[in-house]
Design a protein. Structure first.
Length: 407
């Protein structure tokens, strides 16, 4: 049996779901396909934090509001932050950012990925969009002007326009033969949630250590402001050693690495260890195919910015497709899809270069480089206009924003 749709989105994660909802009223026959069951878990407000979180920008918040998912996120759990502190653990350089500097209420919200996902899935189930869960893609080939997808259970799907939103290890990208540039950071990230003796005061903190960056991102649960999500980047050997420690020893090591900025680390949830790899597709589009989110680009989790890039990908692609559909253009045409690529690739490459530059700068061990970066941090900290520009960039309020993301 063969199912046909005007547009098939493979991947019902945060970015794929956002794209589907952005096209909900387009009049197109849209099918969202995912290897998972697409079920929404009942939310338990007293449950542990999920280890994977994102720092949602103001632009991402606006996208989610306009898609009708933000209320579902707030009803579950979202932790706003209003300040950010960054310092060099090997010197005296530091910099401080605040929402007040650009007359904003927050710099963003730290939200568990599962919370965002469930709020979007809730909206998908309430829509008239086609959903196909527990459907793992096994084969992909061109068939005339269409893509023919074969699932693991033998079912076949046909579409003139295929969207890969299936993550960093995208099966669509691999099966379609899309080339990528990628490299290993030779670091692993340990992620978990910890309870600190002192409250975080809605401040995101990041210390650059000799081994890699260590981020403490503020979380709140039932009014308790002592919890933080941590992302600790370390060499593979050091990460293996830290993962082998019991909770008490891990908390002690973490407290030392963080210079006890929030006092003693009192408790830790179970830890995950994730190898860090950067990847970027050489092209975001092929005839009848577009890559979005982590399927197109994955970056160092320095500031939890990856999903913000993905939401902007989805918003721009939706805007391009809706405008083209309104003009009667064939959506699968390269000249249509290339409009999305031209708008998103430069922005994504700039963000990836910035993250890569930060990572390399703080890994540099030469005395002159250390002096320059510490002097530079302190110098910029005394330039309100420069810091305000950085804050607006972090909020996602600069550049070529699609209508969905405009505040």
């Amino acid at each position: 049996m063969e199912l046909r749709a005007d547009l098939i989105i493979v991947g019902a994660g945060m970015v794929g779901s956002a794209l589907a909802l952005a096209l909900e009223h387009s009049g197109l026959d849209i099918l969202v396909v995912d290897g998972g069951p697409l079920s929404v878990k009942p939310f338990d407000a007293a449950a542990r934090f999920e280890p994977r979180v994102s720092a949602l920008s103001a632009a991402s918040q606006r996208v989610l509001e306009r898609l009708g998912a933000w209320d579902g996120i707030r009803a579950r759990r979202a932790s706003p932050y209003i300040e950010m502190q960054v310092w060099d653990g090997s010197g005296t350089g530091q910099i401080h950012f605040s929402a007040a500097s650009v007359h904003a209420e927050t710099l963003g919200h730290i939200v568990e990925n599962r919370v965002v996902q469930d709020a979007l899935l809730e909206r998908l189930h309430a829509s008239e969009l086609g959903l196909l869960g527990s459907a793992r893609l096994e084969q992909l080939r061109r068939s005339g002007d269409d893509w023919l997808l074969t699932l693991a259970d033998g079912r076949q799907l046909r579409t003139p326009l295929l969207i890969a939103a299936d993550g960093a290890n995208s099966a669509v990208r691999r099966l379609a033969g899309c080339a990528t540039r990628e490299w290993d950071y030779l670091h692993h990230a340990i992620v978990t949630s910890v309870r600190c003796a002192e409250p975080h005061r809605r401040t995101a903190r990041q210390r650059f250590t000799d081994d890699g960056p260590l981020a403490f991102l503020p979380l709140e649960r039932d009014g308790d402001a002592h919890w933080c999500s941590i992302v600790w980047s370390a060499t593979p050997g050091e990460a293996e050693r830290l993962m082998a420690l019991d909770d008490a020893a891990f908390c002690a090591a973490l407290g030392r690495a963080f210079e006890q900025r929030l006092g003693t680390i009192e408790a830790s949830d179970p830890r995950l260890c994730i190898p860090l790899r950067q990847r970027h597709a050489k092209r975001y589009v092929e005839p009848g195919l577009a890559l979005i989110g982590d399927a197109a680009h994955s970056i160092h989790p320095l500031a939890g910015q990856g999903v913000n890039l993905g939401f902007l990908d989805a918003a721009v692609l939706a805007e391009v497709l809706l405008h083209a559909h309104g003009r009667g253009e064939r959506l699968a045409e390269p000249r249509v899809l290339s409009r999305y690529e031209r708008r998103r690739m430069p922005h994504n490459l700039a963000m990836m270069a910035a993250m890569e530059g930060f990572e390399r700068l703080f890994q540099a061990d030469a005395l002159a480089v250390r002096w320059l970066r510490n002097s530079g941090l302190n110098w910029v900290d005394n330039l309100p206009e420069a810091k305000a520009l950085f804050v607006r960039q972090a909020l996602g309020l600069s550049g070529d924003l699609p209508e969905l993301a405009r505040v």
